[in-house]
Ligand binder design. Structure first.
Ligand code: MOS
Length: 726
């Protein structure tokens, strides 16, 4: 088949759903109001550990408009068959496992009545002292480990040794849209409108929780207002909404409050991360030892892929790693943007920076000296690894060589100026996906897949892929997503949507185009009759000879003449099975310039540049939204974000957007992203490596390394606060 002309893919197009979003017409979960909908408000535990001894609902139930109060005292036992996510089920017993655990839900005909009545529910507890401090609590006794060579011996005999410990605060996703679920039962069938990154996952979870066939659950989620990982799985409120709807026989809307997001969903766990490095005098790493501890809840173990990056990023014959999870009386942790990788990048890339200054070697040069030729963890060739190019381009575009390498050597008035770099890496993740494609005789196409779009612009990027593969203009292609009745798609997580769903869309549209071309070349009345199908392309809805655009006809002419109201097909993508043949990762080089007021400890990021090797970029304008947004997130992690728990009672003390600090416009300066040209043909049929995570990885350590260069002070704890710098 002839390659299709590319018109939409690679063009910096605006979002096809942009107008819907900015005019308020895009419907997010809580915007759905099925007829007769009533409101649910969760009552959460005020202790972190113990048992419920009593729930007095009399005052709440006496309120007009209140329909019911549900708790473990009256909730039915849920069958909970093979739920895909381990979880704390709704109101199944009297045990309290974390501060803020749902203990009851009030359902009323108005939101205000439900809120007021929730405040009147009196819960008494038999409370115990919770353990919530990662630095104090003992770890579980099943660490995750990795070893190659003899790292301890290599460290002992190393010419240069470095030993440091880093700490990372707990971070919360804090997406703009709160988590929300609207649930309605029609007999034994359940429909939910939910904030989810994984339509099929929510469907499976609810089917299992209520013991009904998955076909009996429909999940609808056309728009998601940001999530960053927090909506990759269901949380108790999803089940509670469905339970409340069943018990009241009314559609129920449940929106978590801003405060409840902090314990009603997950978070990026806190870490203690010790690094020991051994190297020769030229900076070749000879030994790497990582020992780390991360927080997890007692009722679920959450272990992120935090070790892999230490095994494959740099050439080192000797590596030893131990990751211990520390069970605490806290709610469950979960994935947050660049999970594991973004965490590990801070200690790893900080330690490498420390080693560079110790050796007097430029930090970029030190990285290049340890750049492997093949994946040192597997011996596999890289599909594509252009980290050297990322640094080469970054050095030029950032003006890296203008710096004075000496720490604390550059001033601008009262401000100390510094620059820093860090490497980002994230693996290429792909999952099976399907998309239906339908071309109508009027020359418009509809493509559907049950994917989510939490904000990266999936509607737009899929429309671009489909438009080029079908040979239609963007205007004549509609892509729909976010409904479990559509063909299955994986979670929008791990940067896999473009590779997986995008490849399914490409496959379906390729098939459909070829189907139309076949009809034409076999149709005596077509100007393409008798042509070799491989020589026909489609452009602007018109099928024509590749080398003779004048010879051809439109989809409309072809389908109408052949009495075909429409053509349809199913596109699929299946990742290759069997042993991996390539090591596949996306890479990035992050550059940061900061100014630090040494008298006040204030850190101001002045500019950042990211250069990425992420394979083919389908949608450069949307890619910038990802990359610049992740720099904002990384500035937050580096300088501001910190979920603080009061270890006396296990309460999160800054569970609101006033006290949990996030970057605001004044914190976000000149940000720039550059994508290396090219594609990764091994990764998937459309050559993308995924972008959403890689852009987050390395941002925080680049800022931290710039703070060191500015001040000569190495802060080994995130966020870097003014106090730490004084
Ligand atoms: Mo991302 S943490 O995989 O939503």
């Amino acid at each position: 088949m002839s390659p299709q002309p590319q018109a939409a893919v690679g063009a910096p197009l605006s979002r096809v759903d942009g107008r819907l979003k900015v005019t308020g017409q895009a419907k997010y979960a809580a915007d759905h109001d099925p007829v007769g909908v009533v409101h649910a408000v969760v009552v959460d535990s005020t202790v972190a550990l113990g048992r419920i001894t009593g729930i007095d609902t009399r005052a709440a139930l006496a309120q007009p408009a209140v329909l019911t109060v549900i708790s473990h005292l009256n909730a039915p036992e849920l069958p909970n068959l093979d739920t895909p996510f381990e979880r704390l089920l709704a109101f199944q017993d009297d045990r309290i496992l974390f501060h803020g655990q749902p203990v009851a839900v009030v359902v009323a005909t108005t939101l205000e009545a439900a809120q007021h009545a929730a405040s009147l529910v009196e819960v008494t507890y038999d409370a115990e002292q919770p353990s919530t401090d990662l630095t104090e609590a003992p770890p579980a006794d099943d660490p995750e480990t990795y070893a190659r060579g003899d790292a301890d011996e290599a460290l002992r005999s190393a010419a240069v040794r470095l030993e440091t410990t880093y700490r990372l605060a707990r971070n919360h996703h804090n997406a703009m849209e709160p988590h929300a679920t609207v649930a309605r039962w029609d007999g034994d069938k359940l429909t939910v409108w939910d904030k989810t990154q994984y339509v099929v996952g929510t469907q499976n979870q609810l089917a299992a929780a209520f013991g009904i066939p998955r076909e009996s659950v429909r999940v609808i989620s056309p728009f998601v207002g940001g999530a960053f990982g927090s909506a990759l799985r269901t949380w108790p409120h999803v089940t509670i909404a469905a339970l409340a709807a069943r018990m009241t026989d009314r559609p129920v809307k449940l929106v978590l409050t801003r405060r409840q997001q902090y314990f009603g969903t997950g978070y990026r766990p806190a870490y203690e991360y010790s690094v020991r490095l051994g190297s020769d005098r030229r900076g070749h790493l000879t030994a790497v030892i990582h020992e780390l501890r991360s927080e997890t809840s007692r009722y679920e173990t959450h272990m992120e892929p935090v070790l892999g990056i230490g095994q494959m990023l740099y050439t080192t014959p000797n590596v030893r790693q131990t990751h211990r999870s520390v069970p605490l009386d806290v709610n469950a942790a979960t994935w947050m943007r660049g999970p594991g990788y973004a965490t590990a990048a801070f200690p790893m890339e900080s330690a490498l920076d420390e080693l560079a200054y110790e050796l007097g070697v430029d930090p970029i040069e030190l990285r290049l000296r340890n750049e492997p030729e093949e994946d040192p963890s597997s011996g596999l060739p890289f599909s594509t690894r252009r980290l050297r190019d990322c640094y080469r381009v970054g050095v030029r575009e950032f003006g890296w060589n203008r710096r004075n390498p000496e720490p604390r050597s550059t001033r601008d008035g009262d401000w100390l100026i510094g620059t820093g770099v860090a490497t980002g890496v994230y693996d290429v993740v792909r999952s099976a996906a399907q998309a239906s494609v339908r071309l109508d005789a009027n020359g418009t196409a509809l493509i559907e897949s049950s994917a989510s779009d939490m904000g990266p612009g999936t509607y737009t990027s899929m429309t671009q892929v489909a438009a080029d593969a079908l040979g239609l203009t963007m205007r004549n292609v509609t892509f729909r997503l976010g409904d479990s009745v559509m063909p299955p798609a994986p979670a929008q997580g791990g940067s896999r949507t473009m590779a997986s769903v995008g490849s399914a869309v490409q496959d379906g549209c390729d098939r459909l185009r070829q189907q139309a071309i076949r009809i034409a070349v076999e149709d005596e009345d077509s100007p393409l009759y008798g042509a070799d199908a491989a020589d026909v392309v489609v452009r602007g809805g018109r099928l024509h000879m590749k080398d003779n655009p004048a010879q051809g006809e439109t989809y409309q002419q072809l389908l109408t003449r052949n009495d075909r109201g429409h053509l349809e097909t199913l596109g699929t993508f299946t990742p290759p099975s069997g042993p991996a043949r390539f090591s596949m990762y996306a890479y990035g080089a992050m550059f940061a310039e900061v100014a630090v007021d040494a008298r006040l400890g204030l850190v101001r990021v002045r500019r950042m540049l990211g250069v990425y090797d992420a394979g083919r970029i389908i949608s450069p304008k949307l890619a910038d939204s990802q990359a610049l947004g992740a720099m904002v997130g990384g500035i937050g992690a580096a300088l501001l974000e910190h979920t603080v728990t009061d270890h006396r009672d296990g309460r999160i003390v800054n569970a609101n957007l006033a006290d949990y600090l996030l970057p605001v416009n004044a914190d976000v300066p000149d940000l720039r992203a550059i994508y290396l040209d090219g594609e990764d043909p091994e990764a998937d049929p459309i050559g993308v490596k995924g972008l959403g995570e890689i852009v987050q990885v390395g941002v925080a350590p680049a800022v931290a390394n710039a703070v060191f260069h500015a001040t000569g002070r190495r802060i080994r704890e995130l966020p870097i606060t003014a106090e730490a710098l004084l």
